[in-house]
Ligand binder design. Sequence first.
Ligand SMILES: NC(=O)c1ccc[n+]([C@@H]2O[C@H](COP(=O)([O-])OP(=O)(O)OC[C@H]3O[C@@H](n4cnc5c(N)ncnc54)[C@H](O)[C@@H]3O)[C@@H](O)[C@H]2O)c1
Ligand SMILES: O=c1ccn([C@@H]2O[C@H](COP(=O)(O)OP(=O)(O)O[C@H]3O[C@H](CO)[C@@H](O)[C@H](O)[C@H]3O)[C@@H](O)[C@H]2O)c(=O)[nH]1
Length: 431
Amino acid sequence: MKILIVGTGYVGATTAMVFAETGWQVTGLDVDAGKIERLKEGRLHFHEPGLEELIAEHVRSGRLQFTTDKAAAIAGHDVIFICVGTPSGADGSADLRYVRQAAEDIARHMDGYKLVVTKSTVPVGTQERIKAWIAEAQPAPLPFDVASNPEFLREGKAVEDALRPDRIVIGADGRRAAERLKSLYVSFACPQLVTAPRTAELIKYASNSFLATKISFMNELAKLCDKLEVNVSEVAEGMGLDPRIGPSFLQAGLGYGGSCFPKDVSELVGAARKNDADLRILEQVMDVNRTQSAYLLDKARLRLGGFAGRTVAVLGLAFKPDTDDIREAPALRIIDRLLREGADVRLYDPVASLPGGADYRAVAVCEEAEDALRDADAVMLCTEWPAFGRIDWEEAKRLLGQPNFFDGRNMLDAERMRRIGYYYQGIGSGY
Ligand SMILES: NC(=O)c1ccc[n+]([C@@H]2O[C@H](COP(=O)([O-])OP(=O)(O)OC[C@H]3O[C@@H](n4cnc5c(N)ncnc54)[C@H](O)[C@@H]3O)[C@@H](O)[C@H]2O)c1
Ligand SMILES: O=c1ccn([C@@H]2O[C@H](COP(=O)(O)OP(=O)(O)O[C@H]3O[C@H](CO)[C@@H](O)[C@H](O)[C@H]3O)[C@@H](O)[C@H]2O)c(=O)[nH]1
C-alpha cells in the first residue's frame, strides 16, 4: 500500500515520517508550495526536536516524497490520511472547510478504491459527512471507505509520541477499512482500539478536554494555595503518587495554550450545547483558563504599582517548550496586556517569534535572555524552557533594575529565589 498524507503541518509531517520509518512508501501533499519546497530538501518549516533529521533521511532514501500535485498524488495512492487543520470558527466550533476541500479533492482525482483516514481532530459525525462529500463530488462512483484515526501527539515530543504511542484508536464502520488500517500499524506494540467512527472522534475530544480539566483544576487550586501558604507543586507531587490520579498534567501555571486544547474544549462545549446536554464542568475549565494569565499580571501590577513606564522582561513566548508554536500562547496575552498598560516589554524566546505587523512593534525582541533582563523592573516567565533553569539567577540579579520575579510556570525553586534576594511569586507558590 502507498500512503498519501494530505496536509504537511505538525501532524502531517510527523505522520509521514512515522510511516516512512515503519517501511511504507509515503508522499506528503500540501497546498502550500513553500512548505513543500523545504520538505523536498528535507527541511522542516517548524521547530520540532528530532523530526527534521528523520524526514531528511527518508527523503534521501526515496521512501518519502513531497508534492503539490493533487491529481497525481491522489490517483497514485491507496490510503489517504487527511491531516489538514480544523481551527475554531467564529462561533468556537471546528471549521471543517479544509477537511471538506481535501475530501472533494480526493473525490475528483480518485481512480479506484481509496481508504480515506481522518487524522485531523474532527467533531462527532464528520466521518459520515466526509463520506457524503466524497460521494457527491465524485464524477463517477468509485468505491471508498472513510475511517477515523485520531492523533494524540504532543508538540515538542512529536517524534517520541508518534513512534511510540500509548494507544492507537481506529474508528471504522466495516471490516475492509478496519483491517487495512490495522495492517499499517502491525509493528506498533501499544494497545489498539477498533471502534465506531463516532466513538473514535469523541475519544479525541474527551481526552483533550479531560487533560485540560486537570490543568484548570490545578490552576484553581493554586489560587487557594497562595491564600493558605501552601506550595501547589508539592501538593501536585503528593497527589500524583496516587496511580488513580497520576503525576502528569497537574502543573499549575498560566493555563493551557496551543492549537489543540483551547479549540477542542470549545468545540466539545458547543457540541454539548447543540445537543441539549450539559458540559458545565468544561465551561468552567474554559473560564478558568481565560483568566489565568490575569492572575499573574495582577500580582505583578500590585507589586510595581502599575505597569506604566515600567520595564518588564518576558521570558518565553511559545505556548510550551520545545516548539516555536505561538497559537493561543499565554505569553501573547501577557504581552498584549503589558503593552496596553504602558509597560516597556523586552522579550526573549529561544526559538519562537512574534507575529509580524504593527501590534508588537513596540516590543524589544532580544537575542539573549540576559539582554531582556537588563534594567528590568520585573521578570515574567511564561514558558518553562529548560535554558531558563540554567541561568545563574544570583548573578542575573545584578542585571535587573529590581529583583521582582513572576514565575508563570512555577519553574524555579521559590524558596531559593527568595533566599537569594528576589521578590518571587509563582502561581500557587506559597504566598
Ligand atoms: N498540532 C498538534 O500537535 C496536533 C496533535 C494532534 C491532532 N492535531 C489535529 O491535527 C490537525 C492538523 O493540525 P496541525 O497542527 O498539523 O495543522 P497545521 O495548520 O500545522 O497544518 C495543516 C496543513 O494542511 C495544509 N492544507 C490545508 N488544506 C489543504 C488541502 N486541501 N490539501 C493539502 N493540504 C492542505 C495547510 O497548508 C497546512 O500545511 C488538526 O485537526 C489538529 O487539531 C494536531
Ligand atoms: O501540567 C500541565 C501540562 C500542560 N500544560 C499546558 O497545556 C498546554 C498543552 O500542553 P501539551 O498537552 O503538552 O501540548 P500539545 O502539543 O497541545 O498536546 C495536546 O494536544 C494535542 C493536540 O490535540 C494532543 O494530540 C496531545 O495529546 C495533547 O497533550 C500547554 O500550554 C502547556 O503549557 C499545563 O499548563 N500544565
